[in-house]
Design a protein around this ligand. Structure first.
Ligand SMILES: C[S@@+](CC[C@H](N)C(=O)[O-])C[C@H]1O[C@@H](n2cnc3c(N)ncnc32)[C@H](O)[C@@H]1O
Length: 233
């Protein structure tokens, strides 16, 4: 049986995101130099959501991907789902939209089989305690021809920038976390889980094992970010 990473215990993860919720969006913009906005646009483009289609933003947090989906396809029915209520409460207050906010566990989704055209997630997969189970659930609720798109950090490859990347992850981000969010511990978890998460090729294998075909990925931000996609046949 796979070893359980205790840092990803659901209660710990929920408590941590609950604590950093008020500063979460600001920290994202600062840490990524606002590049995350570009990646989110890409995610929704890869999702190829049809007019009036149904999209689930899983682990939506404050809803950045859901809002981007609404911007790109305003006729779509969009669900933003997470298990940390303070993140969703902040998201819901950001702007009035028809987005439906729901409390769910990504490992046991309360949605019918084959009920979505696209399932997208941003920085969720690295946090779930059972990644295979979450991918199976996403596969289950997708319609045939539906797409999954995942944006997450990825284990950085060794390259010329490796020392700079390690410094950014291990020193700059925890320091920014202390200054901006008043929570160095949460922003130490982020680099730790990034450096111990799967390589992009390994996550692509898991998507295939979950049943997805036409799996692919793009690497961003000097090899620290990956966008994966796959299609349910
Ligand atoms: C890093 S935040 C990402 C938020 C948002 N998707 C984004 O792109 O900025 C991770 C989110 O995943 C949620 N999460 C982690 N494990 C989850 C689970 N098992 N079920 C539902 N949500 C989960 C957390 O509550 C948190 O809001």
């Amino acid at each position: 049986m796979a070893k359980v990473d205790q840092r990803k215990h659901p209660q710990k993860v929920r408590a941590m995101f609950g604590r950093i919720a008020p500063n979460y969006d600001r920290m994202n913009r600062v840490m990524t130099l606002a590049q995350d906005l570009r990646w989110r646009r890409e995610v929704i483009q890869y999702a190829a959501l049809p007019e009036k289609g149904r999209l689930l933003d899983l682990g939506a947090g404050t809803g950045d991907l859901a809002f981007e989906a609404f911007r790109q396809v305003p006729t779509a029915q969009i669900f933003a789902a997470d298990f940390t209520l303070p993140m969703m409460q902040i998201g819901r207050k950001r702007k009035p939209t028809p987005i439906v906010w729901c409390a769910v566990d990504a490992l046991d989704l309360p949605f019918a089989d084959e009920s979505f055209d696209a399932v997208v997630s941003g920085f969720l997969l690295r946090n779930v305690i059972n990644l295979e189970r979450s991918l199976q659930e996403q596969y289950r609720i997708l319609k045939s021809g539906g797409r999954v798109v995942c944006l997450d950090t990825t284990q950085p490859r060794q390259n010329l920038f490796s020392p700079f990347i390690r410094f950014h992850l291990n020193s700059v981000i925890p320091t920014l976390g202390r200054w901006i969010a008043g929570d160095g511990a949460a922003y130490t978890y982020l680099p730790q889980t990034t450096q111990s998460f799967l390589r992009a090729e390994e996550l692509a294998d898991l998507l295939q094992k979950a049943g997805f075909c036409a799996v692919g990925f793009r690497i961003r931000m000097l090899g620290t970010i990956a966008i994966h996609w796959g299609v349910k046949e």
